[in-house]
Every structure is written in C-alpha cells, then in structure tokens.
Design a protein around this ligand. Structure first.
Ligand SMILES: Nc1c(NC[C@H](O)[C@H](O)[C@H](O)CO)[nH]c(=O)[nH]c1=O
Ligand SMILES: CC(=O)[C@@H](O)COP(=O)(O)O
Length: 166
C-alpha cells in the first residue's frame, strides 16, 4: 500500500523576476488530473509564478504541446500532468515510455519541465499520488519545473534570491 507522504524536501526557490509556467494536462482521467492541477497551482502560487493551462487528449500529446509552446518562447517552464493506467495491451508501455522519453529529451534541449504524468497499475494508486494531501505528484512536478527555472537563471547570471546555496 503506498504511503501518503510526499517526497519533496528541497526548499522551494524564490524569484526576483516574474516566472510564467504553462501547465500542460492530459485529462484522460479528469478527476485524477484535476487534483494534480490543484496541487501544482498551490506550489506555483507559493513561488509567485503566473500560471497558464492547456489541455491535450492524452499523455502522448503532452510533449508535443510543450515543444510547440517552447517555440512560442513565452514560458519559463512547463508542468506536464497526466495519468496513464495499465490496460489490457502493451499500449500502456508505449504511452508511458514515449511520453516520458520525449519530455526528458525536451529537458535535455533546455526546456524546464516537471513531469507529473502518473504511470500506474490501477486507479487507487493514481488517487493517492494525485491527492495534494497525499503524495501530491502535481505539486512535485510544479516544484521540479520551478527548481529548473531557478537553476537556469542562476547559471544565466540572473539572481534568484534565497533558496540556493552558492
Ligand atoms: N491509455 C491512456 C492514454 N492513451 C491515449 C494516448 O495518450 C494518446 O492520446 C492516443 O494514443 C492518441 O495519440 N492516455 C493517457 O493520458 N492515459 C491513459 O491511460
Ligand atoms: C494505457 C492505455 O494505453 C489505454 O489506452 C489502455 O489501453 P488498452 O486497454 O487497449 O491496453
């Protein structure tokens, strides 16, 4: 049985320049992803980040939407949210592996992305991970994006305020 505690222990970064986050969510299981969006919004707000949200059909479309948004050069970072629950065929593996691989590749190309796409065996596993009062994976994905934005600015010579040791 999964425990409800979250695993995010890094102090959230603070910013002295505005931050604009885009949440890209695949509401394939909308009740699950709504909880993750809520968790992500709380974390974003705690760092003073402005948030926009777009929806795509499924997890496979999330990285494509992020790549399209990155070409707009409007956002500092992205929160990828979704829920993939194993079905009867191997399609689960394709959806999980291809969405996560594409997101990782976008990150290696410089996009600041927190990946909150759940890949689970059943709905109850998803529920505890999506719950903001549980494992809060949506909040964790937002925190990850914010940390990468802060790191990017730190190394680009912009100050980010406290939250990072020299
Ligand atoms: N089975 C799940 C999917 N499948 C749909 C794909 O993500 C994609 O939208 C489709 O193959 C068309 O390209 N998506 C989820 O987000 N979650 C699932 O459990
Ligand atoms: C996890 C999925 O990809 C979802 O579409 C379930 O598909 P299936 O039951 O056909 O494996």
């Amino acid at each position: 049985m999964a425990t409800a505690e979250t695993h995010y222990t890094l102090p959230l970064p603070s910013f002295d320049q505005p931050v604009k986050l885009l949440i890209v969510v695949a509401p394939y299981y909308k009740d699950i992803t709504d909880n993750m969006v809520a968790g992500a919004r709380v974390i974003a707000a705690s760092c003073g980040a402005e948030v926009e949200l777009i929806e795509v059909p499924g997890a496979l479309e999330v990285p494509t939407a992020i790549a399209m948004a990155e070409r707009q050069a409007k956002y500092d970072g992205y929160v990828a949210l979704g829920c993939v629950i194993r079905g009867e065929t191997t399609h689960y593996d394709t959806v999980c592996n291809d969405s996560s691989r594409a997101i990782s590749l976008l990150g290696l190309q410089g996009a600041c992305i927190g990946n909150g796409i759940l890949t689970v065996e059943n709905r109850s596993q998803a529920e505890v991970r999506a719950d903001p009062a549980g494992q809060n994976k949506g909040g964790g994905a937002a925190a990850a994006a914010l940390h990468l934005i802060a790191l990017s600015r730190k190394w680009a010579g912009q100050t980010t305020g406290i939250g990072f040791r020299a």
